[in-house]
Design a protein. Sequence first.
Length: 399
Amino acid sequence: MSDAPWLTVLGLGEDGLDGLPPASRQVLERAEIIMGPPRHLSLIPDSTGQRIEWPVPFADGLPILTGFRGRPTVVLASGDPFWFGAGSVIARNFDAGEWAALPGQSTFSLAAARLGWPLEATQTFGLHAAPLTRLRPHLAPGLRAILLLRNGAAVAELATYLTETGFADTRLHVMEALGGARERSRNVSLTEALLGGFDHPVCVGLEVAGHGAAFPKASGKPDEIFETDGQITKRPVRALTLSALAPQRDEHLWDIGGGTGSISIEWLMCDPTLTATSIEPRADRAERIRRNADMLGQDRLNVVHGTAPDALTGLALPDVVFIGGGLSTALLEWLQTSLPAGTRLIANAVTLESEALLAHWHDTLGGELLRIELAQASALGPRRGWKSAYPVVQWSVTL
């Protein structure tokens, strides 16, 4: 086998062969196998290689592609394959020496050029295979964003979603087949977008406006955004807890005793590289955590219905553990003996028994023990007074 890569991921625009540079054309001419979605294959009618349609779902195409190993193969992708495209998936599944990439002009660049928007100040979302709820933490008046959508019908779905979330004054810049002979751009209201009539491939520029609730960027999101049965770490304590958890890039959290999922959901909101697993013993609460995560755009949260420590066996190991419920000697002993050194552990306690347990473990392992006492002004007859919440004892330690 040659040392040269047998696989090339080639970025293709709506202008097909006309938009390809000489190097990309040469790779296509030499390819024995050309693999891609039907629309991409239709854009290169003059190629001589064997054509293979990439199946749906996308993952089903990887074993097929593996079968061509060693033969000159091209995988067609839209624009820049490494900007919400197929490139990153292929890079994860094949060794670095097996593949090369020849990116084209991204849809985001074309859209920004049509709109006159600076890309560095514009948010970009690949929603062709992701739910519209991914937008929710970012929606705020004045936001400019460019979205890739799965098809023309998704434009009306986007208009409905923005109306339901309170941003009904948003303007949509709908752009179809950018860079090709079929290119068309329209500036429409959400009401006009509901009428449909948009063709794939489509992207949308958003100028968000309306009276919907914008989420604060700081930790401690409003309690009201979570569906709850009352079992929730309230906003001030949640803010202090997220500070103690101290999320860093690429870290994984175990949220034990998830309740409503507020801790793990806010953890995920801190950075797109973060991951989390929420472990909840009650089935109804586990379902509620899943609903909250989906509604708030954190669909990558893994929810486990089970009781710790039994439910922890086999899970991907965490970098950080939060115990919000189910605190026990057995759980702490399991975590101490099963997790690698350097794992950070934060536990909150409200009852006297849980406080005593944390005090004992603090005496044994050290760390930081913090007592959080909060009071809120409330009516006291015709006047006002302080109504104290139950104090929370928080233990933070590195195992």
